[in-house]
Design a binder for this molecule. Structure first.
Ligand SMILES: *Cc1c(COP(=O)(O)O)cnc(C)c1O
Length: 368
């Protein structure tokens, strides 16, 4: 059976190998007589799953030893509150607003700290990124928040800013929900990174947090214990029952990532090569057509989320139903933006993007 290609923005497609392995292990994990869903999170079976997942993520993402990896719940949206509850000390925090997700982040943080928007691209409809040299960063800011890939608007930072070079000693907080593991991260520039698993790592329900150790232990007294990074870190993410099945599937995805190769590149480096190729193919098809248009500046186009429009919007429904008939699923754009959106995460093979591009050409010819 060949499965359709699924372009959902999230929860999103998973590698077929991962799904098959999980299906094979569903009733009896490694001779334990139990499904992973049925295991105590404190038993040796699940502890081994957890420890492998953590070690594999650290290796894949080259996370230095002075960072903790936490497996939390509540998704990216809960982190919008959990971050200021933990590291703002109720004082200043600066936000770079580049689209829908960072906009939500700064709004939520206002409940807990003194928020300032240091830069925004709302005047250009979130299609260009504000240059770091123009950001208005406060000297006393407890952190600077950035969404490094705006899933809805399709803008992505191609490199992380160096806050020290901008005169700031504040830790950089990145929401990397929708491009985590699609490219390497320069951890020397980061204080904290968070991301829900359901875009690029696994099922919904688990949120990955990578935090520099010196940022632990600063939480506000009102911070819920289950969301206190130090409590979570001191308890190996098992202060309360973690989302065990989601962690298991994310762990299988990490193993899959470690097996990936492109030329001499392996793991995340291989994914970066493949993701560049996939994105280039799709953007070239859009730019080379008379019918489709992407409005994002070329130097900040997302490799993961590609929003595009039909110049003749009366054909949107025909485009979507024709795509579905060809096994190209979930291409409808986010309701706040409209048009189409193709999310081409790690698990989307090149063949999926080729099939989409071919369909787009045929659709354009038919309706020319
Ligand atoms: C999906 C997404 C979120 C929200 O994640 P939830 O798990 O729904 O809370 C936050 N930030 C970004 C960049 C996202 O793509």
């Amino acid at each position: 059976m060949t499965r359709p290609f699924n372009f959902s923005a999230g929860p999103a497609n998973l590698p077929e190998e991962v799904l098959r392995q999980a299906a094979g292990e569903m009733l009896d994990w490694h001779g334990s007589g139990m499904s992973v869903m049925e295991m105590s999170h404190r038993g040796k079976e699940f502890i081994s799953i957890y420890e492998s997942a953590e070690a594999d993520f650290r290796e894949l993402m080259a996370i230095p030893p002075h960072f903790k990896i936490l497996f939390m719940q509540g998704g990216g949206l809960a982190e919008n509150a959990i971050v200021p509850l933990n590291i703002s000390r109720g004082s200043a925090a600066d936000f770079v607003v580049t689209g829908s997700w960072s906009e939500k982040s700064q709004k939520e943080a206002r409940k807990y700290c003194d928020v300032q928007v240091a830069a925004s691209n709302s005047d250009n409809g979130h299609t260009l990124l504000p240059a770091p040299s123009g950001w208005k960063l406060r000297r006393d800011a407890s952190y600077v928040h950035l969404c490094t890939n705006e899933t809805i608007n399709g803008v992505e930072f191609q490199a992380l800013p160096d806050l020290r070079a901008l005169g700031s000693n504040a830790p950089l907080v990145i929401d990397f929900s929708s491009h985590v593991a699609s490219r390497p991260v320069d951890w020397s520039l980061v204080g904290l990174a968070f991301g829900g698993a359901q875009k690029n790592l696994g099922p919904a329900g688990v949120t990955l947090v990578v935090i520099r150790e010196d940022l632990l232990g600063r939480s506000l007294p009102m911070c819920p214990s289950a969301f206190d990074y130090k409590t979570v870190a001191d308890n190996q993410s098992m202060y309360n029952t973690p989302p065990t099945y989601s962690i298991y599937i994310a762990g299988l995805t990490f193993e899959w990532l470690k097996r990936q190769q492109e030329g001499n590149a392996t793991g995340i480096a291989a994914m970066e090569v493949r993701n560049k190729t996939k994105a280039q193919l799709l953007y070239d098809a859009i730019d080379g057509s008379q019918l489709y248009v992407n409005k994002v500046g070329k130097d900040c186009r997302s490799r993961m989320n590609v929003p595009f429009f039909l110049r003749d919007e009366s054909r949107n429904d025909a485009f979507l139903s024709g795509a579905k008939a060809r096994g190209l699923l979930q291409l409808k754009g986010h309701k706040s933006v409209g048009g189409m959106r193709a999310s081409i995460y790690n698990a989307m093979p090149l063949a999926g993007v080729q099939a989409l591009v071919e369909y787009m050409r045929e659709f354009e010819q038919k309706h020319a």
